[in-house]
Design a protein around this ligand. Sequence first.
Ligand code: 9WO
Length: 253
Amino acid sequence: MTGAETSPGILGQTMAPWRAKILTIFPDMFPGPLGQSLAGRALQAGLWSLETVDIRRFARDKHASVDDTPFGGGAGMVMRPDVVDAALAAEAEGRTIYLSPRGRLLDQSLVRALAAEPVLTLLCGRYEGVDERVIEARSLELVSLGDFVLSGGEPAAIALIDAVVRLLPGVVGAPEGLEEESFETGLLEYPHYTRPAEWLGRTVPEVLLSGHHERIRAWRREQAERTTKERRPDLWTRYLADSGADGKKDRKG
Ligand code: 9WO
């Protein structure tokens, strides 16, 4: 993939594939799981492309150091601002994101916005992170997947790309599949069941076997609302606010 290709759009027009550029000291971690399944098939089909940049290429000394000890002391190492900056100066394109637990929480509305960009650069930190000055100097956008610490930004970059790729035109078969899903409605998902109809003495809710599509839709909505109310009062409050005033769902984040 050079990123210069075009892919057939859903209506037959050509469009540039969505691109991700990953700056990392572990380029071999990519595509990793993104080479499999839905994202992997879309990658093969040219619907998106991935380019890794090995940050170590931008190291200047003979040991190719990318890190050094922290000023002020303490455990671990910090990624050098000069090396990370050289990599960004040469390679960054489009919105440039540093995956960090200190960032803005990723949610589905940010995922949609990122899917609408032509290209993203994702900087993956290692050790205790990158020198703060490069974050400031390059106005990096910090994005977090949640309140936990990984051993580096790479698994977070993979998760972010996975979330984006499945929204790209032509990646998921039917767009209705996406509209019905969790977070497009603003609610958590309703419970799912498949065969066998009885398993370990557990049955499937009768309504789902009834063939009454209107009742099924109402039951699923009710289940989604109940689960959201119980488990995610924060989402429930937002759902009520967003579906208030003019009645129906008026989402998009
Ligand atoms: C390491 C560390 C060690 C001692 C005390 C505090 C500490 N913080 C960190 C730390 O945040 N390390 C990061 C490892 C540096 C940047 C890359 N790393 C990372 C990214 N871990 N977790 C993420 C991450 C990214 C996005 N969403 C969730 C987690």
